[in-house]
Write a protein that binds this ligand. Structure first.
Ligand code: PGA
Length: 318
């Protein structure tokens, strides 16, 4: 027997309102984000609750706690609105103009090369809008959980979330010191010597930090962390000004410049990691997302690998 529930649920706009309230966890913030008044939002939620004949949420103080039924409706609303987004894309495609929005969320270190992938893609599809979010690994994992975007870029995708992923580029992590540092003239430095140097580290939640800590733990090497800094660029400047040495992705040097910096030849370095495009297994990619993935796998992958090699990174280091 076919369900008639949809006949009771008023409009798609109500589902959008529901998703905004779920995302923000508050009627006030959701109203602001939708440019609606709070009573309007509350009224639409009330209508939805009446339609499914069950409460959507409970109030614990000022906090909204979604009920099981409320969460089921959120899942269905997401699927329904995603279907409409896909329909929009399909119709645009039928009209012969590949239009729509490509949403990417990438870890801070990949912001150096992602725009170089987007350039040629946007030339080919001038009607496509790009939305690019940048955050550290932990912030991007949070976005992945909510599947807000078409693709996520990590070098260490989380292994406790069901995802599809493609590996597309090497991400060697190299040790850097200021130009003229006494270690910079050495041919080879034992990795254990790194403990004698003040070290500048990325913040907790960073994928670079995660990779360095895993590497040091495996090789039983201690670091003498003098400073924690949230940005690759600020770390490079701190290193240049003699505050310590660090380990960063080679991409921060390829695109961000290496003036004033020397690469240190510690044994066992670089730490060899790779970049991945990641998306939730349950997410059906839009047409534009598929086109973009095609572009990454063909031209994009080759172009970025060539740029990495042109920058002087040795083949055996990637
Ligand atoms: P980060 O991530 O920018 O959070 O350090 C880089 C990575 O995942 O390797």
């Amino acid at each position: 027997m076919k369900s008639r529930l949809h006949a009771h649920v008023g409009t798609l706009r109500q589902l959008e309102i529901l998703l905004a309230v779920h995302k923000h966890g508050s009627i006030k913030t959701a109203s602001e984000s939708l440019f609606l008044t709070q009573p309007t939002v509350s009224m639409q939620l009330k209508k939805l609750a009446e339609a499914i004949d069950m409460p959507l949420y409970d109030l614990a103080g000022r906090k909204l706690i979604f009920t099981e039924a409320g969460l089921e409706l959120v899942t269905t609303a997401t699927e329904v609105l995603d279907s409409f987004a896909r329909l929009d894309m399909t119709l645009a495609n039928m009209r012969g103009l590949k239009a729509g929005t490509l949403k990417l969320a990438v870890v801070t270190t990949s912001k150096y090369f992602i725009p170089h992938l987007l350039g040629p893609f946007c030339d080919r599809y001038p009607n496509v809008n790009i939305q690019l979010k940048v955050g550290n690994r932990q912030q991007i994992i949070e976005r992945l959980k909510h599947s807000n975007d078409d693709f996520y870029v990590f070098s260490h995708p989380p292994d406790d979330i069901d995802t599809e992923q493609i590996e597309f580029l090497a991400n060697p992590l190299v040790a850097i010191a200021p130009d003229g540092h006494p270690l910079a003239t050495r041919k080879r430095i034992d990795i254990n010597e790194i403990s004698k140097q003040p070290f500048i580290m990325r913040e907790s939640g960073s994928g670079t930090r995660y990779a360095i800590q895993e590497f040091m733990r495996k090789n039983k090497v201690n670091l003498n962390i003098r400073m924690t800094i949230e940005s690759n660029e600020a770390i490079k400047h701190a290193v240049m000004s003699g505050l310590g040495i660090s380990i960063l992705s080679a991409h921060t040097l390829v695109y961000g410049g290496r003036a004033g910096l020397a690469q240190l030849p510690f044994s066992l370095l670089p730490i060899k990691t790779h970049w991945y495009f990641v998306w939730l297994k349950t997410k059906r990619p839009s047409l534009i997302a598929n086109e973009f993935l095609n572009h990454v796998e063909t031209d994009g992958r080759k172009m970025l690998a060539a740029e990495l090699q042109r920058s002087g990174i040795r083949k055996r280091d990637i």
